[in-house]
Design a protein. Structure first.
Length: 90
């Protein structure tokens, strides 16, 4: 599924995206990992990481092999963090 930044989402696209992120994060938790890195159609690397305070943090790589920029919010729910991460910087 491809979600465009410039076009209005088609009916059901947002729900499919939320479901895909939810399913992916559930697989990561089951495997015992505490972070996941997403690659989207813009080739923007996104990382969701659980830190020692048990909150989930989102960061984006500015460019390939560049610095990671942290999102200003932390999340208690890993699915919400993953959803924000997949949306890209905002």
């Amino acid at each position: 599924m491809l979600v465009s930044d410039t076009e209005a989402p088609q009916p059901g696209e947002l729900e499919k995206l939320k479901g895909a992120v939810r399913d992916l994060w559930a697989m990561m938790l089951d495997s015992g990992q505490d972070f996941v890195v997403f690659m989207d159609h813009r080739r923007l690397r996104t990382r969701v990481e659980r830190r020692p305070d048990d909150l989930y943090y989102v960061s984006w790589e500015e460019h390939e092999d560049g610095p990671w920029i942290d999102y200003y919010r932390a999340f208690e729910d890993p699915r919400e963090a993953a959803f924000h991460g997949f949306q890209g910087p905002h």
